[in-house]
Design a protein around this ligand. Sequence first.
Ligand SMILES: Cc1cc2nc3c(=O)[nH]c(=O)nc-3n(C[C@H](O)[C@H](O)[C@H](O)COP(=O)(O)OP(=O)(O)OC[C@H]3O[C@@H](n4cnc5c(N)ncnc54)[C@H](O)[C@@H]3O)c2cc1C
Length: 381
Amino acid sequence: METHHLAGFYDAIVVGGGLVGSAVAYGIAREGARVLVIDEGDDAFGASVGNFGLVWVQGKGIGQPAYTAWTRESAALWPSFADALRDETGVDTQLLQPGGFDLCFSDDELEEREKQLLQLSNEAGGDYAFEVLSHADLKARIPQIGESVAGATYTPMDGHVNPLKLLLGLRRCLANRNAHLVNSERVARIDSQPGGFVVHGQRGRWSSARVVLAAGLGNKDLAPMVGLQAPVVPIRGQVLISERVATFLRFPTATVRQTAEGTVQLGDSLEDVGFDKGVTTDVLSEIAMRGVKAFPLLRDVRLVRAWSALRVMTPDGFPIYQESAICPGAFSVSCHSGVTLAPVHALRLARWITCDCVVPSIQAFSADRFRNPYESFSHVD
Ligand SMILES: Cc1cc2nc3c(=O)[nH]c(=O)nc-3n(C[C@H](O)[C@H](O)[C@H](O)COP(=O)(O)OP(=O)(O)OC[C@H]3O[C@@H](n4cnc5c(N)ncnc54)[C@H](O)[C@@H]3O)c2cc1C
């Protein structure tokens, strides 16, 4: 097999060109390093193009303050990150961060949510702004709310973007910075050798000083090639989208949001069905009914599309960031919430990868926290 040096030896090869790989690769390119992104392409499982678009902090990191802090840092970086993407590429990610609501349909649910946010606040030393709203309080903020919504929790830290524009912006940034992209290429083998790595695809092989595994669910098979473990499983989420309607919802909620174009996105299920990317009428009708309960005006709105995508879930739901002890220079990056975390992936994690810059608490994200990475797990009751 021929060795392809598209432009010589790379400083870093990133395997996976979804939101996570593209954000990390963009960050590496910003450091002035020579980057190659290799992506399998069309047969991808595609969480990056099938997600809900939330930049979400609320409720994240219970029992893991490092993750709460990481998520909050990312949300705080989002405005300048969005500006940088727009300035570099002209792509507007449609970021809005007015705060977000998590709607509850019973008093018990609301009480449980409040307890969780109190725990997060305690873990953050009290520095965690949130509100618990009764139905009446909520109606004062969102007049279209349905009668069967018992109340909601709110944090000012939440927001949403257009995730497709985010991916487009990242890809354009990569092109502007002369990063190379090999599409429709599945990485099948990675060899560690003195001074770096040789990454083997079906059509060629490429060499680099560092290799970053950001292949979503593909990381599970790739990680052991460089002495790492990435115990990730697919958890399916089904999503519905409506026709455009006049603006009625200026805040994102965890399950309903109105996009900048006026469409309403309704989501999203949590299903442990392996790699099945189908949609099912029972789950979609449940999602639609919950949406109508939340916002009765949706009863008369036409749904125009449904899809599903596979989340990349670790056993505890927190990210895995780790450099290989056996093959230094090889890193694994696996996470749910790749939209929310795009800024820290580009601006913090990439520097940790390229110049050993310290990321506080990075050790908390090592896969070594899983005593048995081969143990099976699920996120669905
Ligand atoms: C329904 C749903 C809703 C979500 N909502 C949100 C949200 O509101 N906010 C949020 O922050 N996050 C959300 N997420 C999560 C977010 O979408 C993911 O964290 C993110 O997209 C993961 O990106 P990724 O690049 O790791 O994975 P992917 O998008 O799966 O991309 C991985 C890429 O790697 C490639 N690849 C795999 N194996 C190989 C190989 N061997 N060789 C070469 N390439 C390979 C694939 O082709 C693919 O392109 C949601 C996800 C889902 C499914």
